[in-house]
Design a protein around this ligand. Structure first.
Ligand code: BTN
Length: 254
């Protein structure tokens, strides 16, 4: 990758014109011992995967569709923190390249004026007490025009080009995402999640505001308090009970 400013992240790259999903390829190359920081990137995905088994629309050359392989020596319960670390890296990179000030909606959405620009999907391959590897998928809408989005996402998704008002260089964006990812990953391995929690909360949408969290076991409404030191969302309901939410879809009622 031209102009890369990192030591390990993105130093090995597998590029494909068109694949089903870079997540699937990344799992495969990781099983075949791909080194720390290996990046799998594609021009187009025919079966892009989102969270909760949703499809992720990944049109030709208009976005960044990539998966990063890392091998941190950590217990598996730390894996969700990497979604948050990656979200900060993406938000920081967007700010540097386009000047757009985005918000992060827990756990993985990067929003601008309420519309989704980027999603992150962290998948874990591990054992009871350790991570073997993580595959961190990043899908960033870069140069789509409004009409390029499928009908059902037009109102909820946007691209950097639409919001910045001009074409945005994908290569520059990738360089910056990887640069900030490496920086925050190093900080995390040295100092733990605490400094990243502060950074994350500076980008967070809706802290202190009413929130509805839809989990697989039901709905929790209350006030979003922020995240715990583990990166878990905390919501206080009307009775004053604090719920720790590990996985959910979030809505901010208006
Ligand atoms: C989400 O918001 O639901 C997460 C979307 C993650 C999409 C990216 S695009 C690159 C990588 N390959 C996939 O199939 N998914 C992730």
């Amino acid at each position: 990758l031209i102009g890369l400013e990192t030591k390990t992240i993105g130093r090995h790259v597998h590029y494909y014109e068109s694949v089903e999903s870079t997540q699937l390829i990344a799992h495969k190359v990781a099983r075949e011992e791909a080194p720390e920081g290996t990046l799998v990137i594609a021009g187009e995905q025919t079966g892009g995967k989102g969270r909760m088994a949703r499809p992720w629309h990944s049109s030709k050359q208009q976005g960044i569709w990539m998966s990063l392989i890392i091998r941190p020596k950590l217990p598996p319960e730390k894996a969700p923190q990497f979604t948050l670390i990656t979200a900060i890296a993406c938000a920081r990179a967007i700010e540097e390249v386009t000047g757009l000030e985005t918000n992060i909606k827990w756990p993985n959405d990067i929003l601008y004026k309420g519309k989704k620009l980027t999603g992150i999907l962290t998948e874990l391959q591990g054992e009871a007490d350790k991570v073997n590897f993580l595959v961190i998928g990043i899908g960033m809408n870069v140069n789509q025009k409004k009409e390029d989005f499928p009908e059902h996402v037009k109102e909820i998704a946007s691209s950097l080009e639409i919001e910045a008002g001009h074409k945005v260089s994908k290569i520059e964006m990738i360089q910056k995402i990887l640069k900030y990812f490496e920086k925050y990953y190093e900080l995390y391995m040295e100092k733990g999640f605490a400094p990243l929690k502060i950074l994350w909360e500076s980008y967070a949408a809706g802290i202190g505001k009413p929130i509805i969290a839809r989990t697989i076991t039901g709905e929790i409404s209350g006030i979003a308090l922020g995240i715990s030191n583990e990166g878990i969302l905390k919501v206080e309901d009307d009775e004053g009970t604090i719920h720790h939410i590990y996985s959910a879809d979030i809505e901010f009622p208006t």
